[in-house]
Unconditional design. Structure first.
Length: 169
């Protein structure tokens, strides 16, 4: 419901055929990386890239969107005008060890819930019982985001976008 209520749609129709997470050592792969948009009709290309030099288990996703040029110009100007008010997380100055520990501990119950839901879904698929998967995903997504945000608030400092430029300049 969260995604739908906020006008977001997943544009991964072709992605379902290709994994975005690949761990060759564990012989495991899955589709866990997504791209959401408020207007999926603007997406003209969506693909998972195979990179020779990629030190992550996550494969990069490429998305090409066609935007109205007036919208793009307005958006670019708006971003430039808002730069002085935009804050960003400064991961390079944060306590990432504590952040990872905090989020790891607090995300465990969600992972357990995902496992439980997956087992129930698998069983219900055989029984042809309708399940509101969108609601379940929205709830788990919302819980995940709350944990990530609370961890960032505790361990990662926030600075205005041009904070370091003001200090140096």
């Amino acid at each position: 419901m969260f995604l739908a209520n906020n006008g977001l749609a997943c544009c991964d129709k072709s992605l379902r055929k290709r994994p975005t997470y690949v761990n060759e050592a564990l012989i495991h792969e899955s589709v866990i990386d997504y791209f959401f948009t408020s207007d999926d009709t603007t997406v003209s290309n969506y693909d998972v890239m195979d990179r020779d030099i990629n030190f992550s288990d996550h494969l990069p996703i490429t998305v090409t969107c066609a935007l109205d040029s007036m919208y793009a110009i307005h958006t670019r100007k708006q971003i430039k005008d808002d730069d002085e008010f935009i804050s960003q997380l400064r991961w390079d100055y944060g306590d990432t060890v504590s952040y990872y520990s905090y989020t790891g501990i607090h995300l465990q119950p969600i992972l357990a819930e995902i496992d439980t839901v997956a087992k129930k879904l698998s069983a219900k698929m055989h029984d042809n019982v309708a399940v509101d998967i969108q609601l379940i995903v929205d709830i788990l997504y919302s819980q995940t985001i709350k944990i990530l945000i609370s961890g960032a608030k505790l361990f990662i400092p926030v600075r205005k976008k041009n904070f370091l430029q003001v200090l140096v300049g």
